[in-house]
Design a protein. Structure first.
Length: 318
């Protein structure tokens, strides 16, 4: 059946790691709180497309299969793209269930749809020449070199703890299931998609093939929001506002930035590479693809207030 869409804005909501747990049991509890905040937005008439990270989850799945395979000799090793798909499935299940339970508790006639999403990347992306993202189980140097010879994948020593598979983080080019996402949103569904940035795939001979890589989920969210022409990209993190001079006596929280101002702060080294920098860069990519949109960075707890313009950091084209 088709559900009635909200009358408010179309937004892509990118959930940060603080919205999910490190274990299935912890995650199941945390997503109840997450769902409550998402349904607050839905209650206000907002049409929500939800994306999420999957770092701890995909690592857990990859490690579990690698451990079982090396210890029982029967369990097959699961390729990294398949681990990403598995993580999308079980995180989407938890999010979908929690949102469904909350909208039913409030008497809202909507439903959810979780889409296991593939994201096309360029096989010639320079990131593939310099894989940097460590994933999966720790191996001995001997085991790692045997794996490199067997698979052609890159393994590197990780901080004295052993050798690990390292994968690239290429730029998302296209979301394969985008048309299905659009149709579901138009039919009033709350869509969960592009989990973990989507499973990275490349095109060869007009067919899709999974590749071992990790796509930044904020960049995939930005791509989805720009292509959808969503009114707003909302990137949720642990802080209420973006700041310059972070953790210094002269820290300044920012209510708003233009693209030019954000770029200047990036050039000045104001945002940490492993923290706020990729979030601000994703907002700029969204605004490049959809100049009329607005990007918001804030915390999960402040998302509804941020959409009302009461808090958070807004980034606009001008």
């Amino acid at each position: 059946m088709a559900y009635k869409k909200g009358t408010g804005k179309n937004i892509v909501l990118a959930l940060g790691g603080n919205a999910l747990g490190d274990t299935p049991a912890e995650q199941l509890e945390l997503v109840k709180k997450t769902a409550n905040h998402i349904v607050d937005l839905i209650s206000d008439g907002v049409n929500v497309m939800v994306s999420h990270g999957n770092g701890p989850q995909v690592g857990m799945i990859n490690n579990a299969f690698a451990y079982a395979s090396s210890n029982d000799g029967k369990t097959p090793e699961i390729p990294f793209p398949e681990c990403g798909a598995m993580s999308q499935g079980y995180i989407g299940f938890h999010l979908s269930q929690a949102i469904l339970n909350e909208i039913r508790r409030r008497g809202i006639m909507r439903s959810t749809a979780t889409i296991v999403t593939q994201t096309v990347v360029n096989a010639d992306d320079p990131a593939f020449q310099n894989p940097t993202k460590p994933v999966g189980a720790f191996l001995t140097e001997e085991q790692a070199k045997a794996k490199m010879k067997e698979t052609g994948h890159t393994y590197k020593e990780d901080s004295g703890r052993g050798w690990r598979l390292v994968v690239a983080s290429p730029k998302p080019q296209r979301i394969v299931e985008f048309d299905a996402i659009v149709d579901l949103v138009e039919d009033g569904y709350i869509v969960i998609a592009a989990g973990g940035g989507g499973v990275p795939v490349v095109m060869r001979d007009n067919c899709y093939y999974g590749v071992p890589a990790v796509i930044d989920k904020d960049r995939s969210s930005a791509k989805m929001a720009a292509d959808f022409k969503a009114d707003m990209l909302v990137i949720l993190t642990a802080v209420e506002k973006v700041a310059i001079n972070f953790n210094k006596p002269d820290q300044q929280n920012l209510d708003k930035m233009t693209v030019a101002e954000a770029q200047k702060h990036i050039d000045d080294g104001q945002f940490a590479p492993g923290s706020m920098l990729p979030k601000v860069q994703a907002c700029l990519e969204y605004l490049e693809g959809h100049p009329g949109g607005k990007a918001l960075i804030t915390s999960l707890e402040k998302a509804a207030a941020g959409l009302r313009g009461e808090t958070g950091t807004i980034i606009t084209g001008a």
